[in-house]
Design a protein around this ligand. Sequence first.
Ligand SMILES: C[S@@+](CC[C@H](N)C(=O)[O-])C[C@H]1O[C@@H](n2cnc3c(N)ncnc32)[C@H](O)[C@@H]1O
Length: 278
Amino acid sequence: MGRHAAPPVSSPDEQTIRHWLTFERYYDAAVAGQERQLQDAAAVAVADHVLDVGCGCGQTTRTAAASAPAGSAVGVDLVEALVQRAKSRAAEAGLVNAAFHVADAARHPFAPASFDVILSRHGAQFFADPVAAFKRLREALRPGGRLVMVAWAAADRNEWLQLIGNAVCPGSALPDPVGDPGPFAFADPRRPRHALTQAGLVDIDTVGLQEPVWLGQDAPDAFGFVAGLAFVRGLLATCAAAESAAAEDRLRAALAAAESPEGVRLGATAWLITAHRT
Ligand SMILES: C[S@@+](CC[C@H](N)C(=O)[O-])C[C@H]1O[C@@H](n2cnc3c(N)ncnc32)[C@H](O)[C@@H]1O
């Protein structure tokens, strides 16, 4: 994996990377239900070789590596600092069959037919050209191999986004445009289905996962996490109504109203997308 292709189209900004590193545990806890469903659907076998696209701090890669003690799991990400964190976590967990590399998964020349499973938890939506990227990933899958991804559904199916967005900027359009590269690129499940079909993958399935997100143990804890989310920072920067002290008060109040004995948990929907190579 030493050589890799041309620079990525867009990497996350520094503030977003710092937030991911600081709140790694919160990001993992937020989507714990989705992670479970992703791994269940992937059913990584003991000798499988797995690629995790956009691995971030590496939780999905680590779980796959633990399921494949006679195989391997490789996580790739654009961001060096996240890859370094992922390496440390895997070393702490003693996962000698997990490896991590800085690479653009859309362009990297992976060895043909080298993976049984390709996973992505909220990573593949960032591809600038999903058809081209999935074509490459298809080549990296062995015949019969599978690709399993999780991607956000639209904001109107995500209570957590609506509650936070309306608190920060009442009446705002949420949050990134559906379809553009970013968290909501696959919000309309016809888009990934189309891209995967064009890339030559088959047996494509999209299932709505309704797994609440956990944002913190109580409202102040959740506020610490949520206030730094990229889309919240974006709203604060662009929304005329988001005079920051008032927006923060509204956000604190909205999170307090969502507190429960299990913490701040809000409704969320993501697509579980599966596809196969013939
Ligand atoms: C929303 S984060 C998800 C991280 C991780 N999968 C998780 O669920 O915690 C998306 C990640 O995908 C990475 N990413 C985006 N485009 C990528 C690409 N073309 N190749 C590799 N990584 C990419 C970003 O750097 C970022 O770390």
